[in-house]
Design a protein around this ligand. Structure first.
Ligand SMILES: Nc1ncnc2c1ncn2[C@@H]1O[C@H](COP(=O)(O)OP(=O)(O)O)[C@@H](O)[C@H]1O
Ligand SMILES: [Mg+2]
Length: 408
């Protein structure tokens, strides 16, 4: 596009101040407003035919990414999308960028500033547009699996470490285990690794996070998995911001096939950034009433956050212990089917105490086979991505080229 031809902009949605934006852009020499529509779902054809180079979408909700509208727009055009809002948009940017939105603009805004943003989007948009279809992530990016439970001691960390080791060791794929139990994380200790560098060091570095930088901060585990441990001092947890975690996960998705995130038993500042990028949420429950009650509350919270239900997988850990509720009672109480059942396994305790992930300590154990089955179902079996093996371990700084993403 030459400097002189006006940029074709399509405006959708509605929010306070959007009419003024439309008015001022339509009289601006550098901009040609090629169409407007309140409801993007109804305007898909018009939008596709408009030749729009940029889409401005107004949303009155500053607190969340309007996923339905974003998906509809993404289905209609590959043009960069700028989200415009008049609401309080604190925290919106990271989620919006993860959803494939190019930029977020808070109204009111000087027309010149808005035109600058539009122009910037067209420049950056050349060659970098991630269409969002059924899922939000592209097939070439790694998948984020987040292990969560509102209860401590249910086996989140055991499972996260086992999955990381299993994926790297048996499936031969690049796996990263990130310990976001920032205050009391014990991924490093369970994997028998000295936390020489932690997530704290990683987020305190200056400058842009990229795959090379990440590679310099991860710790290599004998299984082949890499690890980002939790801070050594609990007080350092506070400095690990949501924005930094979001960026860390975005970069990790470029460099790894699977990112396993371990979490504390509560929602923390970094939770939203994590959820925004989570492809599979493993909600771990035991078969006791207090846990089930808290899992139910968690499901309600996830619902309020508009977290897609089809990404939630209920995992029953230590199933089959005497005196417990049974599976169907739990399913009924939660109105959710159990996706995976991990048996109680007597090998686990000694594996934990030796600092060896269960698939390595006890490859033939019930837990190992349940974890293997779970990873295969969630991420595809070893054969499913055999073509990717060649890339693994080909160099610490290896990245997927050309997937530049804006800093969150
Ligand atoms: N399937 C299992 N079989 C036997 N013991 C288990 C199993 N899962 C977890 N455990 C035990 O439970 C303890 C707590 O697990 P952990 O992963 O630290 O929980 P969380 O991270 O949820 O707080 C572990 O040290 C381990 O001994
Ligand atoms: Mg834990």
């Amino acid at each position: 596009m030459s400097e002189t031809s006006p940029i074709k902009v399509f405006i959708t949605g509605a929010c306070a101040g959007l009419a003024e934006v439309r008015q001022s852009l339509s009289t601006h020499a550098d901009i040609e407003v090629v169409g407007t529509a309140v409801d993007p779902e109804k305007a898909q054809q018009k939008l596709a035919a408009s030749g729009a180079e940029v889409v401005l979408h107004g949303s009155s909700r500053g607190d969340r990414v309007p996923m339905t509208e974003v998906d509809a727009l993404r289905g209609a055009t590959a043009a960069p999308l700028i989200l415009v809002t008049s609401g309080n948009a604190a925290g919106l940017l990271a989620g919006a960028l993860a959803a494939g939105v190019h930029d977020v603009v808070l109204l009111p805004q000087l027309t010149e500033a808005l035109v600058f943003t539009i122009r910037k989007a067209t420049q950056l948009g050349l060659g970098r547009v991630t269409p969002i279809g059924a899922g939000r992530t592209s097939t070439t990016e790694g998948k984020v699996v987040t292990v969560f439970s509102p209860k401590g001691g249910v086996g989140k960390t055991v499972l996260a470490c086992a999955m990381g080791a299993q994926i790297a060791r048996t499936d031969g794929r690049r796996a990263l285990v990130v310990d976001l139990d920032l205050q009391f994380g014990d991924v490093a200790i369970m994997m028998g690794i000295e936390p020489e560098k932690t997530i704290y060091d990683l987020v305190m570095t200056t400058g842009e996070m990229d795959p090379e930088k990440l590679a310099g901060y991860v710790l290599a585990h004998p299984s082949g998995a890499d690890i980002v441990p939790a801070p050594v001092r609990p007080e350092d947890a506070e400095l690990v911001s949501e924005e930094r975690v979001g960026r860390l996960l975005d970069v990790a998705k470029e460099a790894y096939d699977a990112i396993i995130v371990d979490t504390p038993a509560f929602f923390q500042a970094t939770t939203l950034a994590t959820l925004d990028r989570t492809d599979h949420m493993l909600l771990v429950a035991g078969l006791d009433i207090p846990t089930v009650k808290n899992v139910k509350l968690t499901l309600q919270t996830l619902h309020l956050l508009h977290y897609p239900k089809d990404r939630i997988h209920l995992v029953l850990n230590q199933a089959g212990t005497k005196g417990d509720l049974n599976r169907s009672e739990v399913e009924k109480a939660l109105d959710l089917k159990v996706a995976f059942e991990i048996p109680h396994d007597k090998e686990v305790r000694s594996a934990v105490n030796r600092g060896v992930p269960v698939p390595m300590a006890a490859p033939k154990s019930g837990m190992t086979s349940a974890v293997a089955q779970m990873t295969a179902e969630l991420l595809g079996g070893a054969g499913a991505r055999a073509g990717r093996r060649g890339r693994r371990r080909a160099g610490a700084g290896q990245t997927r080229a050309g997937r530049g993403r804006k800093a969150a």
